[in-house]
Design a protein. Structure first.
Lengths: 321, 233
């Protein structure tokens, strides 16, 4: 059947989505709500990693400040909730518009730089947000802010239960994957991908690459803010810690583990990251050391990440697509 | 159509063009010849806007284009086949051709994917291959095809046949001859003087960032001392 993925990796990714779809019912059946929480958190971070992959993997823009947009999304739930505004559409609209405005402003400046300067300037903007939130005592400063109730949507879209919130997360994950797939395969995406390799050449073909990259950056930030909005609702608590540059670094690792510039790589990379983080911490308190060594090994020897390994199966199986 | 007058271009503090002047007439093939390091590619960079000239003036169809960003110059209808091909290795042949396609000249009979594939049938066989998987000759065909897909009014080819096998070179020269017959204005940079003399109407020789000679093909081929003095042949 032509609609089935042709490659081995494509079938594995499709199977993964099919496994993820009924996950809440499975965990309810085995009475392990903890695993549903773990998976929900992983998928929220996967949305953020997918958004980062749009600029990093496809556009070659290595941002060390992307966690700022998770924070912006989360605070767009937390601050209105603090004033008893729980309307979900308000939260959603705020998350999208504030993140887009911030990305437009900071991207317009950051994208005038390249390479290591871009990394540093994105980190600097993210740290600015971090310290601003840290100074806002009204909203808990470094103690953070508790969100007592989740964003309110019509009953059929409610995110009150763990299961319904999971389907919000899963739905937005699918939408993000679909949207980015369409975007990258459209002319817009080809210009972004081409610019990653040779921006000057793309300009000589008549494209104002700065504008394309800026739009790409803003779209990526908005998707990341959606992850932040979900994280605020999921955790019921927000703090400036969500925005620290270390969180942005973790997002980069999630993308690298999964495979830079692949559509599903960040999803599997984030799930692997969150599971490793969780289970290694059960084994030893020094889990950071083991985790760090594993990441170093991956960067040194596992070029292409998990997606790279799965692509080897495609070549052996002669599959394509 | 294209006119450079006393153009001065620098790399940082190092001056490369010292009042370079030349012009391309509509419907003609013009060449820019010179030894390595004399400023040919710098002249191209100054025309297409990837290098900023600090003095003089570059006009395209009467409009000043010096100082304008590269994407605006391309939109005015200047297509470039760059030195070293520079196809996008991470895009397929089809994507290389289609993703950047435009009709900057407003042609009523524009180049399309089909017409480019008809022009270079070899690309049709490689349509789904990545740019990095092509041979040098195929990459050059792709680079020319990509420039044609912009439907430029002026086509610039920097080192059009450099590093290509003799058979592929012949194929490229034949295609350029066809483009000339179709009335396209072309600025050619290459080292193959015999082929250039055969195909081009007017030649400019550049030496140390200055135009030192101009003339037609007969004048170029007849003057042996010219080649020895400026081209090292």
């Amino acid at each position: 059947m032509s609609w089935l993925p042709q490659s081995v990796s494509g079938r594995i990714y499709a199977s993964l989505l099919l496994i993820l779809a009924p996950a809440p019912f499975f965990f309810e059946w085995i009475n392990q709500p903890f695993y549903l929480d773990l998976l929900s958190r992983a998928l929220i971070l996967a949305i953020a990693a997918i958004s980062l992959n749009l600029i990093l993997g496809f556009g070659g823009m290595v941002s060390l400040g992307h966690a700022a947009y998770i924070g912006i999304g989360a605070y767009c739930v937390g601050i209105p909730s603090y004033y008893d505004y729980y309307n979900g559409w308000l939260h959603l609209g705020l998350a999208l518009s504030v993140s887009a405005s911030f990305a437009l402003l900071t991207g317009a400046i950051s994208l005038r730089t390249k390479g290591v300067y871009f990394i540093m300037i994105t980190m600097a903007f993210s740290q600015m947000v971090f310290f601003i939130l840290l100074s806002l005592e009204e909203y808990g400063a470094d103690d953070g802010l508790v969100i007592y109730s989740r964003s309110e949507f019509p009953a059929w879209l409610s995110m009150d239960s763990s299961t319904s919130l999971y389907y919000w997360i899963f739905g937005l994950l699918l939408l993000s994957l679909f949207f980015i797939h369409r975007l990258v395969n459209a002319r817009f995406g080809r210009v972004i991908v081409g610019s990653k390799f040779n921006e000057q050449r793309m300009q000589a073909l008549g494209f104002n690459t700065y504008r394309y990259r800026l739009v790409c950056y803003v779209i990526s930030a908005m998707i990341c803010a959606l992850a932040g909005m979900l994280l605020g609702n999921f955790a019921g608590f927000i703090s400036p810690d969500m925005i620290s540059w270390a969180r942005s670094g973790e997002l980069i690792f999630m993308v690298i583990i999964g495979g830079v510039g692949s559509f599903f790589g960040p999803l599997v990379g984030t799930i692997a990251f969150v599971l490793l983080e969780e289970f290694l911490s059960l084994i030893t308190v020094y889990w950071h050391l083991i985790f760090g060594l594993m990441l170093i090994a991956l960067v040194l020897f596992g070029k292409g990440g998990i997606h790279g390994w799965l692509s080897l199966l495609d070549r052996r199986g002669g599959g394509h697509g | 159509m294209l006119e450079l007058a006393n153009v001065e271009t620098f790399y940082g503090t190092i001056q490369v063009l010292f009042g370079m002047s030349m012009r391309c007439k509509r419907g003609e093939v013009t060449t820019l010849i010179g030894r390595n390091g004399m400023g040919k590619t710098t002249t191209v960079g100054s025309i297409i806007g990837t290098l900023e000239s600090r003095g003089g003036d570059i006009r395209f169809d009467g409009e000043v284009i010096s100082g304008r960003p590269a994407y605006e110059v391309a939109q005015l209808g200047i297509g470039l086949v760059p030195e070293g091909r520079q196809v996008f290795p991470n895009l397929s042949v089809r994507e290389n051709l289609v993703a950047t396609a435009a009709n900057y000249s407003g042609s009523s009979d524009p180049w399309t994917l089909d017409s480019v594939l008809e022009f270079f049938p070899r690309l049709r066989e490689r349509l789904d291959n990545q740019g990095s998987q092509l041979s040098g000759g195929e990459q050059q065909m792709l680079a020319i095809g990509r420039a044609l897909m912009l439907n430029p009014r002026l086509l610039i080819l920097d080192e059009a046949t450099e590093g290509l096998a003799p058979l592929i070179r012949q194929e490229i020269w034949r295609r350029l001859e066809q483009l000339k017959q179709s009335g396209m204005t072309i600025l050619l940079i290459d080292k193959n003087i015999d082929e250039l003399a055969h195909i081009a109407d007017r030649h400019f020789i550049i030496e140390k960032g200055r135009m030192v000679w101009q003339g037609d093909s007969d004048a170029l081929t007849e003057d042996a001392s010219l080649k020895a003095r400026y081209l090292g042949i």
